[in-house]
Design a binder for this molecule. Structure first.
Ligand SMILES: *Cc1c(COP(=O)(O)O)cnc(C)c1O
Length: 365
């Protein structure tokens, strides 16, 4: 993973003594560092509890199950997202109902959700895509009025805030986060966490991540074994520890890139919003000449990603649900026009300039 070694090198002095201490003193599974990190993370988000799990995908599946969502239930979410948002609904046994994103923000909006609600709808998953908060206060209000469970997919948005300043993951019944190494707060491997202020639900989630165990020999229902490792929790705690608050992992370079590209007419730049609302997990521009621009950048040694080239509803798993090309034209257009520019915290000001100039050259030619 690009830049990962560089990030760990900078933290090695802090992390190594801590790793040594954990290996010698703590339990590898459900150890004190996991509990400590869960408390820190819950406090950071502004929720009462946090439950560490094996991945962001497991966070979504277990949160749905924990909230009683399963067979016969419909769950509304957005077509323009990472595939796991949608497959998690299927793994929980429920049916995904997809809506188009807002064309300006590329994020899900409350009106689209409202229009998709039917009597079978039990829950909504709001995705804070690319690090930008969805209009989460309005979505939470809609879910309250319609008596729906609200889950937030915060996998790309650690530290992002809703318009009222509260952090994402504290608006819904649950917030689901990923610590995949590519995310803004990444572990050295897979990991995830579920935030909630419902203490009864937190208790149930602690059973669901641990084979369904209520006590050691009392398993009440089949459940996966999906816990965040003590060691990963300790690494995450070290990475997020002050003076490196989660959302500050990278903004200077991300903001510099934004500034140097602003005022250019092409490509279409992402809708901006002030840093706490948008933590810039990805910096996604749009252009009809996406593939040519990507090649042009690659020839100059610049790697740009695509999030995501094939929408979930057109992958085999989506087609199996009966979805077909044309069902979500905007999401399909986004899939063929979005380009994620490099935005890692390790980028130097010079590299940021190189990216900007390469793009300007491309559109000038
Ligand atoms: C990464 C991601 C997930 C899944 O997280 P994993 O830890 O990779 O399982 C879910 N939803 C979104 C929006 C993501 O970006």
């Amino acid at each position: 993973m690009q830049g990962l070694a560089q990030q760990y090198r900078a933290l090695l002095g802090e992390l190594l003594p801590e790793i040594e201490r954990i290996l010698l003193e703590e339990e590898p599974i459900l150890g004190a560092s996991l509990e400590g990190f869960e408390q820190d993370f819950a406090a950071y988000v502004g929720a009462k509890e946090a439950v560490g799990v094996g991945s962001g995908t497991d966070a979504l599946v277990l949160a749905l199950r924990g909230c009683g969502i399963g067979a016969g239930h419909a769950v509304v979410t957005v077509a323009h997202t990472f595939v796991a948002t949608i497959t998690a609904i299927m793994m929980a046994g429920a049916t995904p109902i997809l809506v188009e994103p807002d064309p300006h923000t590329m994020n899900v909006a409350e009106a689209a959700i409202a229009a998709a609600i039917t009597p079978r709808t039990r829950a909504v998953i709001a995705v804070h895509l690319y690090g930008r908060s969805a209009p989460i206060a309005a979505i939470a209000e809609l879910c309250r009025q319609r008596n729906l469970v609200l889950l937030e997919d915060c996998a790309q948005a650690h530290g992002a805030c809703g318009a009222d300043g509260r952090r994402v993951g504290a608006f819904g019944h649950v917030g689901c986060f990923s610590f995949h190494p590519s995310k803004n707060l990444g572990a050295f491997g897979d990991g995830g966490i579920i935030t909630t202020s419902d203490t009864e639900l937190a208790r149930r989630l602690r059973c669901l991540r641990n084979l369904g165990k209520v006590t050691k020999y009392d398993v009440a229902e089949p459940a996966p074994n999906s816990k965040l490792d003590t060691l990963q929790a300790a690494l995450l705690r070290g990475e997020a520890a002050p003076p490196r608050p989660v959302e500050c992992r990278s903004p200077p370079t991300r903001r510099a890139l934004l500034a140097s590209l602003a005022a250019r007419r092409r490509p279409v730049l992402p809708a901006t919003s002030p840093p706490p609302e948008h933590v810039h997990h990805q910096y996604v521009v749009r252009t009809a000449r996406r593939d040519a621009l990507r090649t042009h950048l690659k020839e100059r040694g610049i790697n740009a990603g695509i999030h995501y080239p094939i929408p979930p509803h057109l992958q085999r798993v989506g087609r199996a649900l009966g979805f077909k090309r044309g069902d979500f034209p905007l999401s399909e257009t986004l899939a063929s026009t979005v380009l994620s520019l490099p935005i890692s915290p390790e980028l130097t000001a010079e590299q940021v300039d190189d990216v900007s100039h390469a793009i300007i050259d491309f559109f000038r030619a």
